[in-house]
Design a protein around this ligand. Structure first.
Ligand SMILES: Cc1cc2nc3c(=O)[nH]c(=O)nc-3n(C[C@H](O)[C@H](O)[C@H](O)COP(=O)(O)O)c2cc1C
Length: 364
């Protein structure tokens, strides 16, 4: 039923300005009938960060920035949903246009700049659904004009720990000037020390809240050495690899749109993001699990991410081009792989190709 509805609606959405199309999609989802959740194949279940995921396919941050539809997304088959990025105070983000669809490439460029309704509004919505079950994480970021960005992260963790399944510290958006500097060693160590300390402080009331770190795929390998070393020593619960890229692969066909400033996502990001995932996996040495994101656009791409080192997956851009049917396609590709290898869980495939991926020539 959803597939048929989508076939009707997608041409309309693609005729609209991309940001208007996104707003309309959220509205349609809000009023979607409450279909029952189809049970997942039990072999797709994943335990990570102390949480039980029914399947590893997650909605990436940025689609539901203000927690309008997390439960609809869970019902559509996602194993988990990451809402946000939320900033402490509401902020409008950058001027429009700020979202571009690279149709011929299956890519998206955005320079939204953390448009957020702010913590109060998002907290209210998450608190209202806190008993609903399902894994809903919150992705947090600093206000653009913040005088103390680290304090922004600390305050958001304190506020959201009791209503979110996990918190993602997002220091990898390219669209807030200077934000990515928090990935630099001294700043990152200070940030993670304070964030983990805040999590411990609120744990007696909020319970244990996993803290994840989301990184850019544009780090050098020397920077990645530092980031992983600090994440391990500060005992974060996991990392997400990764966010959008500032790079522009030479293969892009939409050469005019490719010149727009912002972060590139979708199929053209896949090779770089998968390489960075594998590079991260070999450095983490199994100390914590990774979420792989970036260009997952098919069942085969989902499996490749797992084999490169992802315990869990997140996607966004491919949904714009391929629609919600992709979720079921990915899950059945993963089940097929389990059957082919006669395995009971994906855990045994995680990272199987990581060493091989890191030995390939660096992707363009
Ligand atoms: C329009 C758009 C908005 C995004 N907003 C956020 C955001 O607010 N916070 C964040 O951490 N990532 C954000 N992302 C990045 C995605 O979460 C994801 O890491 C990235 O797009 C790679 O996955 P994909 O290739 O499947 O889209 C955004 C991506 C897009 C396309």
């Amino acid at each position: 039923m959803i597939a048929a509805f989508e076939r009707l609606v997608r041409p309309l959405l693609h005729a609209l300005d991309p940001e208007d199309a996104h707003a309309l999609t959220l509205k349609l989802l809000k009023f979607a009938p409450a279909l029952p959740v189809a049970p997942d194949d039990p072999r797709l279940a994943v335990r990570a960060f102390g949480l039980n995921f029914p399947n590893p396919v997650g909605m990436a941050a940025g689609f539901d920035k203000n927690a309008d539809v997390p439960d609809v997304l869970l019902r559509l088959g996602f194993g988990f949903v990451e809402v946000g990025t939320v900033t402490p105070r509401p902020q409008p983000g950058n001027p429009r246009p700020r979202l571009f669809r690279l149709d011929a490439d299956g890519g998206v460029i955005n320079r939204l700049g953390f448009n957020s309704q702010g913590a109060d509004a998002v907290l209210r919505r998450l608190a209202a659904r806190a008993e609903a079950g399902g894994i809903v994480g919150i992705n947090v970021g600093a206000n653009k004009d913040s005088a103390d960005r680290i304090s922004d992260y600390v305050s958001l963790i304190e506020r959201f720990a009791s209503v979110a399944s996990y918190v993602t510290v997002n220091i990898s958006s390219p669209n807030t000037p200077g934000l990515r500097n928090l990935q630099q060693a001294t700043a990152l160590d200070d940030l993670l020390a304070r964030v983990v300390d805040a999590r411990e402080r609120v744990a007696p009331n909020a319970g244990p809240t996993p803290v994840l770190l989301k990184i850019a795929p544009d780090l050098s390998l020397a920077e990645l050495d530092d980031v992983v070393g600090i994440a391990r020593s500060r005992r974060v619960d996991g990392m997400i690899v990764g966010n959008t890229t500032l790079s522009r692969p030479p293969s892009l066909r939409e050469t005019k749109l490719a010149q727009e400033a912002g972060g590139l996502s979708g199929s053209p990001l896949r090779a770089l993001a998968t390489r960075m995932l594998a590079e991260t996996y070999v450095r983490v040495e199994g100390v914590f699990p990774l979420i792989g994101a970036g260009g997952i656009d098919s069942g085969a791409a989902a499996l490749a991410k797992v084999r490169a080192g992802a315990t869990l997956l997140q996607l966004y851009s491919a949904l714009v081009f391929r629609g919600l049917g992709l979720i079921a396609e990915m899950k059945s590709a993963l089940v097929d792989a389990l059957e082919r290898h006669r395995l009971d869980s994906l855990a045994e495939l995680v990272g199987a190709d990581a060493a091989a991926v890191t030995a390939e020539p660096w992707p363009d």
